[in-house]
Write a protein that binds this ligand. Structure first.
Ligand code: HMG
Length: 315
């Protein structure tokens, strides 16, 4: 049976998936409980020990806007010795963020984060899309000149918490601008976690029609409506092999009310393991990696596969 807009079963041709662990940043930026620096650092280390090879450790944003990330300098100082084979990335919305990130000495890639919605751009980074691109341009030029990689995000690829549905054309517009700045990869954010697979297809197909290389796109799907994994499956069908996820399904966005956590890394790994797709990540180790963080926050693991694994372990 062929699904609309894609050939069924193409995911079987993908033999490995790159997991970009965003829990320490996207996961923790929105938690009400402030997580101590040493707990964040231990989370990052345990995730790397579980096999994570790309990790977004923190963000260099205004501490007034996102106080949960205000210990960025200390987090990065403690992570200086993360093995060189692990790509460490951080969010940098402007030159001030970039300059601070560079001081850490252990950042491989910086991420600029734009949106396909004007309202979200204003709420999230206090400027229009056009102004954000001009700021990102300065960040990208300096970062690339300093030998850093630059990653791009497009938020609200399917819907915006303030404007509702978003036309894929707006996603294409921002993707092009980010690509022109020199982003090696653009992460497609279903920021409020409402997209369904056909919407994801429309966005990816619109990008590919305008020349996007699927190897330079990543899926960043929140799981508010329980569709994140199905969106991964559809993305695999369409050739994507890079996905952002968050240990234990932590997360949300401070400027997207009601948005729940990211796709859980455990669920992504469980799916890939079942499909015979290599992630390099040990499922049991990644479940254990977030335990101390969850204890501090006072919540359980939000991943269904992790919950099942934990229940089985207790019997
Ligand atoms: C972008 C700004 C800084 C503009 O904020 P602003 O207030 O317009 O900036 P400003 O240039 O007017 O500066 C105001 C103050 O902020 C300081 N400042 C200025 N820049 C920095 C910086 N880099 N680091 C530290 N401090 C900074 C600056 O020094 C000044 O300090 P003051 O003089 O008042 O003491 C602000 O709006 C901000 O920090 N926003 C937070 C954005 C954020 O982190 N959002 C959540 C992440 S995005 C997301 O979750 C979506 C994503 C990526 O996951 C994908 C998806 O799911 O879709």
């Amino acid at each position: 049976m062929t699904r609309a807009g894609c050939s069924a079963g193409r995911h079987r041709a993908i033999s490995s998936v790159e997991v970009i662990e965003v829990g320490p940043r996207d996961g923790l930026q929105n938690e009400k409980v402030s997580v101590p620096t040493d707990v964040k650092v231990a989370l990052c280390r345990s995730l790397v020990d579980a096999g994570v090879r790309r990790i977004e450790t923190t963000s260099y944003v205004s501490p007034k806007w996102v106080p949960q990330m205000s210990d960025n300098v200390n987090v990065m100082e403690a992570l200086k010795d993360i093995p060189s084979g692990v790509e460490v990335s951080v969010l940098t919305p402007n030159l001030k963020g970039l300059e601070n990130a560079k001081l850490s000495g252990r950042v491989d890639a910086v991420s600029v984060f734009g949106a396909a919605s004007e309202s979200f751009s204003q709420k999230n980074i206090n400027c229009s899309i056009e102004e954000s691109i001009s700021r990102f341009s300065a960040v990208a030029e300096t970062a690339l000149g300093d030998g850093l990689k630059v990653r791009g995000y497009v938020s609200c690829i399917a819907a915006c918490p303030y404007e509702g549905p978003i036309d894929p054309k707006n996603v294409v517009k921002v993707w092009k601008l980010l690509k022109d700045l020199g982003c090696y990869e653009v992460s497609l954010g279903d920021t409020i976690g409402v997209a369904t697979p056909n919407q994801i297809s429309k966005v990816i197909e619109a990008l590919v029609a305008e020349g996007a290389d699927v190897n330079e796109l990543a899926g960043h799907y929140h799981d508010t409506c329980g569709t994140a994994l199905t969106n991964v499956l559809r993305s695999l069908d369409l050739g994507l092999s890079k996905f952002d996820s968050s240990a234990a399904g932590l997360g949300g966005c401070p400027y997207a009310a009601g948005a729940s956590g990211n796709l859980a890394t455990e669920d992504l790994v469980y799916l890939c393991d079942g499909l015979g797709i290599d992630t390099g990540i040990d499922f049991g180790k990644v479940v254990c990696a977030s335990e101390a963080t969850l204890d501090v926050i006072g919540i359980g693991n939000r991943s269904k596969s992790a919950q099942a694994w934990q229940a089985k372990k207790q019997t």
